[in-house]
Design a protein around this ligand. Structure first.
Ligand code: SF4
Length: 488
């Protein structure tokens, strides 16, 4: 079975998940979650960065897409010195397609790996090392290795100059120091994908926190029950290890004298008693500090590796949509929404938002640091709205914070996501019937609609789907707020 660079990177983060992908792809795909849409976007962005990187090598030639290692071999003996996408395959079945390969005067090679990141992480050089290994195994000498990555300081002004957008960092020495260890890993990865069987009854994440689990966790750990120990907020690895070793996987199995923080204890108690634990006086106090009118606000944004507009830097988020539900003290509710039609700074959106809310009352969002960061970015790009955006940021309340401390409900499964809280508090509202289900889907849909000339879905319907999704996000906050206000 062939081992590619992508496979190897997956192996480094988890051998079991690579084995499943290679040996039972249908099972792997069945467990694959929404994250894959995000990965697809990252891959597309990688291609875009690659196109700019190629401009750094005016003498380079593109080898045909999907061309074979045999084809590469023939090209390497020509007079050409720079090749894009040459491929190599070792006798043991290790395959690589190299981003840029430069033939040096002494006959050795300089490998360039293109990354969409804004820096080179020394501990993340295994993929570059993988390329050296394959070339050397195929009989070529690699004397230099460099990473081409985005320049963190870059600020777009007009047409992009690839020499300013990108930086080249040589890593030949660092690769030398990790080379033999990485070769051992490559051999181990080749071995595992060719194994006919592995232990599919559990995987090593059984001893790790939920943050580390991938989509295949439930496949490998079928004995993990609902309301498992992994749902406990900020549970530490030593505590997980202790509980797993004692086969106490359910929160209900945790011994009464097991040491937990106060917050964790509240969560465990909520499940044990099937009760909701509410600190009503604290919630009342928090909510009474909010000044009317209350503006429930939510942005949708489109992050891009390559800055699309002037003043933007790599990986900045462009805000393309907003929904605001405004509640007056008498409960009256009004709604404002705006959805961009193209890649542009949301000047019109800010003007209309300001007309709608003015510099009044309190802005409320869920995970407010996201909206606050977008506002800070927009202050840089659209300074004429500085006063308004500063007002929003200094009068912003995070409704999610209530569910981190004062409202514990076992049915949230240890999460404070609005997608978990809403169906429990307001079962009549649901995201389930919406075409756009989450923020990743929203940015993917909008991005395709405004940038892809082959977008063939109904534009009016797509806009409606996006508007419906964002509107529900703010309406959900309104309804959750009402429930909190009516607590007995
Ligand atoms: S849950 Fe962890 S160990 Fe299990 S397959 Fe996923 S990444 Fe690998």
């Amino acid at each position: 079975m062939q081992l590619t660079k992508t496979n190897f990177i997956q192996y480094l983060s988890c051998p079991e998940s690579l084995w499943l992908l290679k040996n039972k792809p249908e099972v792997y795909n069945q467990y694959k979650g929404e994250f894959s849409l995000f990965l697809e976007k990252l891959i597309k962005e990688g291609y875009e960065v690659e196109e700019y990187a190629k401009l750094l090598f005016p003498n380079g030639i593109n080898l045909p897409k999907n061309s074979t290692p045999e084809y590469t071999k023939k090209q390497l003996i020509s007079n050409i010195t720079v090749f894009f996408q040459p491929s190599f395959l070792t006798q043991k079945g290790v395959f690589v397609r190299i981003d840029v390969l430069e033939k040096l005067a002494n006959g050795s090679y300089h490998v360039y790996e293109i990354k969409s990141a804004v820096s080179v992480k020394k501990e993340k050089l295994e993929d570059a090392c993988f390329q050296k290994y394959v070339l050397q195994e195929c009989g070529y000498t690699v004397s230099r290795i460099s990473i081409i990555h985005l320049n963190k300081e870059y600020v777009r002004q007009g047409v992009i100059d690839p020499k300013e957008l990108l930086e080249i960092t040589e890593v030949t020495e660092q690769i030398g120091s990790i080379y033999s260890a990485v070769v051992n890993d490559i051999n181990a990865a080749s071995n595992i994908i060719n194994k006919e069987v592995i232990n599919e009854k559990e995987c090593s994440c059984k001893y790790k926190t939920r943050r580390n689990h991938c989509d295949s966790f439930n496949y490998f750990n079928k004995d993990v029950p609902e309301y498992s120990i992994y749902e406990i907020s900020r549970i530490s690895v030593p505590k997980i290890e202790l509980l797993v070793d004692n086969n106490q996987l359910s929160i209900l199995d945790i011994p009464l004298d097991f040491k937990l923080t106060t917050k964790q204890q509240a969560q465990v108690e909520s499940i044990r008693k099937e009760e909701v634990l509410i600190n009503k006086s604290s919630i009342d106090k928090t909510l009474s500090n909010l000044k009317f009118p209350l503006h429930f606000v939510d942005y949708e944004t489109f992050p891009t590796a390559i800055p699309k507009l002037d003043k933007m830097s790599p990986h900045n988020h462009l805000t393309f949509q907003v929904s605001i539900h405004t509640m007056q003290e008498n409960g009256e509710l009004t709604h404002f929404e705006w959805l961009g039609k193209k890649i542009e700074q949301p000047l019109e959106m800010l003007q209309q938002m300001q007309d709608f809310t003015d510099l009044t009352g309190t802005f409320i969002s869920w995970y407010a640091s996201f909206e606050i960061s977008r506002n800070k970015d927009m202050i840089n790009w659209i300074p004429e709205f500085t006063e308004y955006l500063n007002y929003m940021n200094t009068h912003m309340f995070d409704l999610m914070s209530i569910f981190s401390a004062d409202y514990v409900d076992y049915r949230f499964h240890g999460s404070t996501s609005i997608k978990k809280v809403l169906p429990v508090l307001c079962p009549q509202f649901s995201y389930q019937n919406l075409e756009v289900q989450d923020g990743t889907m929203a940015l993917d849909t909008w991005g395709r609609m405004v940038t892809d000339s082959n977008f063939n879905e109904d534009i009016e319907q797509t806009r409606k789907n996006l508007l419906d999704y964002c509107k529900l996000d703010t309406l959900a906050m309104v309804e959750i707020y009402k429930v909190l206000k009516q607590l007995k």
